[in-house]
Write a protein that binds this ligand. Sequence first.
Ligand code: CO
Length: 139
Amino acid sequence: MTLGRLNHVGVATPSIERSLEVYRTQFGAEPHGAPFDLSTQGVRVCFVDAPNTQIELIQPLGPESPIAKFLEKNPEGGQHHLCFEVPDIEEARAWFEGQGARILGPTRIGAHGTPIFFLHPKDMGGVLTEIMESPKQAH
Ligand code: CO
């Protein structure tokens, strides 16, 4: 297992629009594209580009959203997860299973349209970690 590229840092927010305003005024940064709903995961998503990675702004779509609890504890929002790329998602899943790491739910399609899964923070030094298959074309 090789640690791949840091694809993005996930940041939970009660309002993507408000967060975008912060990135716009504090950094002069514009969103990578318009916000979109990932309804299967209960979140609305928008990316902001940094030269070496992206910030993934995630807002709950409703009270059942997996990030609703996080925002209850952190009403202003905050750092939520790190996402690392791997060349092959099935190989990576088998590797982490072999390590005894707890994987949260099935492998599914993430915000970049490639398969992802999440590793429990208790097995990752307290950091919720997303593992994502690298997009096939250059980005
Ligand atoms: Co993510």
